[in-house]
Design a protein around this ligand. Structure first.
Ligand code: PEP
Ligand code: MN
Length: 338
């Protein structure tokens, strides 16, 4: 951390900063320039925060010089991490497409969905039993009954399941039911207590980007999970909120190469919640895979017009199958498989 002092700083103000640094077990290096005095904190600067210095007399501003995320950073782990989901690798050469409905509705809908997911060539299935809805009067999900429907449907095909955890009180139920991948949704990206709890287990976690979260905030949220011991984290970009209203969110494709550089963990894209319309999903999916995403989380419904949630953005089964064919070619063109 470096602390830049005001032009007219006094010796006693410098001393106060230096002793605060020493109180935290770090050393201080004072550099007196012609315009400014800069104090460098030497040691593990993650113990320090700009807030500790910015309010002291004589301080102009202070800033970290090393990244605040450690375990998830590529600096700490140069090679790509490949996450094993019941034998299915995510983050390696093979691109994984996780498909399924926005929400679990009925056993018939889930049975049909699972069959279509397999027919399209996808190896993992998504579906929400607990739904984060803007309106408290909208369908909130089938809850535990929905998890059971999902299990039965996916179990027939041995498909690992991905489903959203909103409430930490449901974590044990998720573990008892054998949920293979826990999704932390956009609205919970900074629910730090939830992140700490999923950090204590080993189940892979898909961490969706908060709708207005910076890349650095997102990485820090992943660090919360990792700090608890769970390093099986998958980043999922799902579109961010901007001034644009022509589509549901703006798919931040730039986040793919940036995250790939910053972290060793896999990065997937949710084109469905980004575009918000089924017709946009193929183009966004193609862009995502071409840009280096390790997979997609995509909504597909056996009969989209009847979907109880996000009907507009669900692909139908044949659209999913067609998309898989195109994505296979793109994957091959960039040296990957699907
Ligand atoms: C979802 O995947 O069903 C979902 C609710 O996504 P998000 O958290 O990205 O809005
Ligand atoms: Mn949805």
């Amino acid at each position: 951390m470096i602390i830049i002092m005001n032009r007219d700083v006094t010796e006693s103000q410098i001393e106060t900063v230096v002793s605060r640094i020493r109180d935290f077990g770090l050393d201080a290096n004072i550099s007196r320039g012609t315009e400014r005095t800069v104090i460098g904190a030497i040691g593990d600067e993650r113990k320090l925060d700009p807030e500790m210095f910015d309010s002291l007399p004589g301080v102009e501003y202070s800033m970290h010089i090393v990244k605040q995320y450690k375990i998830v950073s590529r600096e700490s782990h140069p090679l790509d991490t490949v996450i094993d989901i019941r034998g299915i690798p995510l983050g390696g050469r093979q691109v994984q497409i996780i498909a399924g409905p926005c929400s679990v509705e009925t056993q018939e809908q889930m049975d049909a969905s699972a069959q279509y997911v397999v027919d399209a060539g996808c190896r993992l299935m998504r579906g929400g039993a607990f739904k984060p809805r803007t309106s408290p009067y909208a369908f909130q999900g089938k809850g535990v009954e929905g998890l059971d429907m999902f299990e039965r449907a996916a179990g027939k095909h041995n498909l690992p399941i991905v489903t959203e955890l909103m409430d930490v009180r449901m974590l044990d139920t998720f573990l008892e039911r054998g949920v293979d991948v826990i999704q932390i949704g956009t609205r919970n990206m900074q629910n730090f207590d939830l992140l700490k709890e999923v950090g204590k287990i080993n189940t892979p976690v898909i961490l969706k980007r908060g709708m207005s979260a910076t890349i650095s905030e997102w990485l820090m949220s992943a660090e919360y999970v990792a700090a608890g011991g769970n390093h099986n984290i998958i980043f999922c970009e799902r579109g961010i909120r901007t001034f644009e209203t022509a589509y549901r969110n703006v798919l931040d494709v730039t986040a793919i190469p940036v995250l790939k550089r910053e972290t060793h963990l896999p990065v997937i894209i949710d084109p469905s919640h980004a575009g918000g319309k089924a017709w946009m999903v193929p183009a966004l999916s193609r862009a995502a895979i071409a840009a280096g995403a390790d997979g997609l989380l995509v909504e597909m419904h056996p009969n989209p017009v009847d979907a109880w949630c996000d009907a507009d953005q669900a692909l139908n089964p044949s659209e999913l199958k067609d998309l898989m064919g195109v994505l296979k070619q793109i994957a091959q063109a960039i040296g990957r498989d699907l």
